[in-house]
Design a protein around this ligand. Structure first.
Ligand SMILES: C[S@@+](CC[C@H](N)C(=O)[O-])C[C@H]1O[C@@H](n2cnc3c(N)ncnc32)[C@H](O)[C@@H]1O
Length: 449
């Protein structure tokens, strides 16, 4: 096992770094892009008009088991993605352009209203189990890519953060136990990797939307999860130093030389010694008790001119054509999850307010946009249909993993009650007559010089 850290991040209390060789997939591009709309604002602009309160893209653990750091994409989806891709990624705005950007808010929707396909052709995509290669070369605890570290002093710490909490048949993080709602086991990690590819498809292959798509010097990936974004960013930008931090040590051991991982709770004091020029925040809905304070922390830890970019879904689901019955199990489940998260003090529905939070923190040239992930392949548009396949493969197999903690911890429902509701919701999720989608927002802004 390799333990390495940020030399400028002294003695954060719980640090377990991994270093590994990344196997970043080829950069994806899409040729079939849905309508887009976006918004930006400056500190002097009117408050950005956020879309109505929105939920986050729930993600369910695909019942696949692929090693972290390798693609967990089911072959059927892989081909669908390949078929949908083709054109070059949309270029991020030039830094100078963004820096002198409009003084008024800009809004962008990656998708407008989605048109449904004429027939019930949205068949469920089967996910396929990939081989579990935990024993494969490159994943052994005895391998090391970095020498001369004091493993003895870190051993007990590393052991304790690997003693995951067991709850309702899943495992959860042990550092700051209980604060985060998703499991950290293989099904969830595979789901996160699959979800990452859905993000890349959504943004036409881009890893981010802000000018840092062109490269950065020092990057912090908050709540990195499996570390797939960090590794791909590091691969694509060899001159950038990329640090991923997470509550769970679920990152690969072999990563690009310019990428490292740390296990820490970012709600606690940050001890990195040098500021960053890019902070990345994705799929962190329901993670923080005070998201505004976290945005402020990002601002304070950026160098002048640096960027924060945030992507998050929101709850509950939405539907533009009235085809989602108010009393359907899927909507009930999503509403209960939203309520459970609120009772737990870490709400799932804050991303519609990200532009305002950035403005409050002092960011300028804020760009705010919405995107939609169809619940299944119900849309007519080719790219949206493909995203529907990906989203169904992402959410459907792991509904229980996503919602058990929120409903049992937050609402005192039993695991059995939650499972029964998930079973009913699964039918709605696969129903191509219900034209629902998981709404999500992206937002980025610049710290003034
Ligand atoms: C849904 S995952 C997203 C992972 C990754 N950002 C991505 O987009 O693939 C959320 C991650 O945030 C991490 N997390 C939640 N609260 C955290 C905290 N206070 N400090 C550090 N990581 C946290 C979780 O452990 C989990 O891995």
């Amino acid at each position: 096992m390799t333990v390495s850290g940020d030399e400028n991040h002294p003695a954060s209390s719980d640090i377990a770094d991994t270093t590994a060789a990344a196997t970043a997939p080829a950069k994806e591009t899409a040729s079939d892009i849905p309508e887009a709309t976006a918004a930006s604002t400056s500190a002097t602009a009117e408050p950005t008009k956020a879309a109505e309160a929105v939920p986050e893209p729930a993600v369910a653990a695909a019942e696949t088991s692929a090693p972290t750091g390798t693609s967990a994409i089911p072959p059927a989806l892989d081909s669908a993605l390949a078929a949908a891709l083709g054109s070059a990624p949309a270029p991020a705005p030039a830094a100078s352009e963004a820096a002198t950007g409009p003084a008024t808010a800009t809004e962008a929707n990656i998708t407008g209203n989605i048109e449904a396909a004429p027939s019930a052709d949205g068949q469920t995509t089967e996910t396929e189990t990939t081989e579990d290669t935990d024993d494969a070369p490159g994943f052994s605890d005895t391998d090391s890519a970095v020498g001369s570290l004091d493993y003895t002093s870190l051993a007990s710490l590393t052991d304790s953060i690997r003693e995951f909490r067991h709850e309702n048949g899943r495992t959860y993080h042990s550092l700051s136990a209980g604060k985060y709602w998703c499991p950290n086991d293989d099904p969830e990690n595979s789901r996160l990797d699959l979800q990452h590819h859905a993000h890349r498809l959504t943004f036409d292959g881009a890893l981010c939307c802000c000018p840092k798509e062109a490269g950065a010097k020092r990057v912090l990936d908050l709540g990195t999860g499996t570390g797939i974004w960090s590794m791909e960013y590091a691969d694509e930008h060899p001159d950038a130093e990329v640090i991923g931090v997470d509550l769970s040590p679920i990152q690969p051991e072999f990563v690009p030389p310019n990428c490292s991982f740390e296990v820490d709770d970012v709600e606690k004091e940050w001890t990195w010694g040098r500021p960053f020029d890019f902070i990345w925040w994705r799929a962190l809905l329901g993670c923080f008790s005070d998201p505004q304070a976290m945005v402020q922390k990002c601002f304070d830890n950026l160098e002048p001119g640096g960027y924060l970019e945030m992507h998050d879904g929101t709850f509950p689901l939405e539907c533009d054509d009235g085809s989602m019955p108010e009393d359907c199990a899927l909507l009930q489940l999503a509403n209960l999850a939203r309520e459970g998260s609120a009772r737990l003090g870490r709400p799932l529905d804050v991303s519609p307010n990200y532009a305002k939070m950035m403005e409050n923190a002092g960011f300028v040239d804020i760009v705010f946009g919405k995107y939609k992930w169809p619940t299944n392949p119900w849309p007519r548009d080719r790219k949206m249909k493909t995203l529907g396949h990906w989203t169904l493969a992402n959410v459907e197999p792991g509904l229980e993993g996503l919602f058990l903690a929120l409903l049992t911890r937050g609402l005192n429902m039993t695991a059995e009650e939650t499972t029964v509701l998930c079973a009913a919701a699964r039918k709605d999720l696969r129903n191509p007559s219900i034209h629902a989608y998981w709404p999500a927002y992206y937002c980025y802004g610049r710290k003034p010089e």
